[in-house]
Design a protein. Structure first.
Length: 274
């Protein structure tokens, strides 16, 4: 079993690095400061990716602003307040089931609810809210498991010192579960940054000359920009280096965000050990 686990780990690592090498060899030639700071121009056959890059950061920021409070609070409710009855079990089953729903279904849901019913129109807000709904099942499950993993002795000790339930949660449970909660948030950010189907129905623009200046403006995003360049561009073959360069930037962006989250998690763990 040890050999099998090592073989699986090595195989997965080799596959990841082979994908990175494949993308890097085909996209590194276009990487430059101008590529990151210039917007697309000449029917997206020249220029850079500044507009979709900033749009992706805007989508991630707005989506996480909605998803993190709701997801962590829901996980806290299930772990600390919810009773073990039929209603709670149905809610848990529904959340677990939502985690397996294809992202294109969330895109159609966001189109019906946010774009049409709420009349937000195709916009940054509609796309971000759809992405927030997409990532909620993962975040709720990760947060609940993080809170349940805190030893009961910690809570009992806090109650013995006269602390209330909310004081125990705020000063004992939340700090103890924070590293695992951050891990769930990191995974959620990685998924949000790379999704295409939900945003193409709700707010991603084929081309926008400027960065979105309000929540109700359409927004360009790196995943949809890659899709456009590879399938619907004017000169698909001529823009291959731009396509792979954009993919490489998206991968580096996700890895950078995850690295920051891992660093924060490590600092919290070291602080708790002290």
């Amino acid at each position: 079993m040890t050999l099998l686990c090592w073989a699986a780990g090595i195989t997965l690592t080799a596959l990841v690095f082979s994908v990175l090498a494949f993308v890097f060899l085909r996209g590194y030639s276009v990487l430059s400061l101008d590529f990151l700071l210039e917007p697309p121009r000449d029917s997206m056959t020249r220029g850079g990716i500044m507009t979709p890059l900033v749009g992706t950061l805007q989508l991630v920021t707005v989506a996480m602003a909605f998803a993190i409070p709701v997801g962590v609070a829901t996980g806290l409710y299930f772990a600390e307040y919810a009773r073990d009855d039929l209603f709670t079990r149905i809610l848990r089953l529904a959340i677990r089931s939502l985690a397996g729903v294809p992202s294109v279904v969330f895109g159609l849901f966001g189109l019906s609810l946010f774009v049409i019913l709420f009349r937000f129109g195709p916009s940054l807000l509609s796309a971000a809210l759809t992405l927030a709904c997409l990532t909620l099942p993962l975040m709720v499950t990760a947060s609940e498991q993080a809170f349940l993993a805190v030893p009961q002795d910690y809570r009992d000790g806090s109650y013995a010192l006269g602390a209330s339930k909310w004081q125990t949660i705020r000063r004992v449970v939340l700090p103890s579960a924070a590293p695992t909660v951050i891990t769930g948030i990191i995974l959620s950010i990685g998924r949000v940054a790379g999704e295409t189907a939900p945003i193409m129905f709700t707010g991603a623009a084929f081309f926008a000359p400027h960065i979105a200046k309000s929540l109700f403006s359409e927004v360009m995003a790196l995943p949809y920009h890659i899709y456009v360049l590879a399938t619907a561009g004017t000169f698909i073959e001529e823009t291959r280096p731009i396509q792979y360069g954009t993919v490489l930037v998206l991968l580096l962006l996700v890895l950078g965000i995850c690295s920051v989250g891992i660093f924060m998690r490590s600092r919290l763990r070291r602080r708790m050990r002290r």
